[in-house]
Design a protein around this ligand. Structure first.
Ligand code: NI
Length: 182
């Protein structure tokens, strides 16, 4: 496994419209290696998701994985590794849910973005088998954030209120909500 270089905001690969992979490509050794390297890269940089164009591969592949208690995003649930090929999103509930998002391609910053609260994702898994995922809450936001990357869209494009865009330090100092009293 290798830790891959992550493209940063301004690199044209982040604005490309990515292409689907064929079932033959999905099960091929180079793509299996890419998935393993992307997972290692996501882990190295403590991301909760990573899309292929972020590692300079303009194909429709994204990974999502996070653990409860993640100290960057205060996640309240576990999500085992999802490997999403050629994913398509249907909105099931357009009621917006807002989260402070970050991105490995926009390091050191956080921005508040609202997205549909409940979605269905249709995709091919690592064996090129069709799968369906229902996502709400944080998982819905992470999936939409990652799949936006495949269309050249970054979360910074979707920040409605410029006052809710901040460096991590200032986010923690002025914007982070107090932990819930359980
Ligand atoms: Ni991102």
């Amino acid at each position: 496994m290798a830790i891959l270089k992550v493209a940063r905001l301004g690199h044209p690969v982040l604005r490309e419209k990515c292409r689907d992979l064929t079932p033959e490509e999905i099960v091929s050794e180079p793509v299996r290696q890419l998935v393993a390297d992307m997972r290692a890269t996501m882990s190295e940089y403590a991301g909760v998701g990573l899309a292929a164009p972020q590692v300079h591969e303009p194909v429709r592949l994204a990974l999502v994985e996070f653990e409860e208690g993640d100290d960057r995003y205060r996640v309240d649930a576990d999500q085992a590794l999802l490997v999403l090929f050629n994913a398509r999103v249907d909105v099931l509930d357009a009621e917006p849910a807002g989260f402070w998002e970050g991105c490995l391609s926009v390091p050191g910053l956080r921005g508040f973005v609202e997205r549909p609260s409940k979605i269905r994702v249709e995709y091919l898994d690592e064996n090129a088998e069709p799968c369906e995922l229902l996502a709400e809450g944080f998982l819905s936001t992470v999936c939409q954030h990652e799949l936006d990357h495949l269309d050249g869209v970054l979360y910074v494009d979707k920040i409605a209120d410029p006052e809710r865009f901040a460096f991590v330090e200032e986010y923690e100092r002025f914007h982070q909500p107090a932990p819930d009293d359980a």
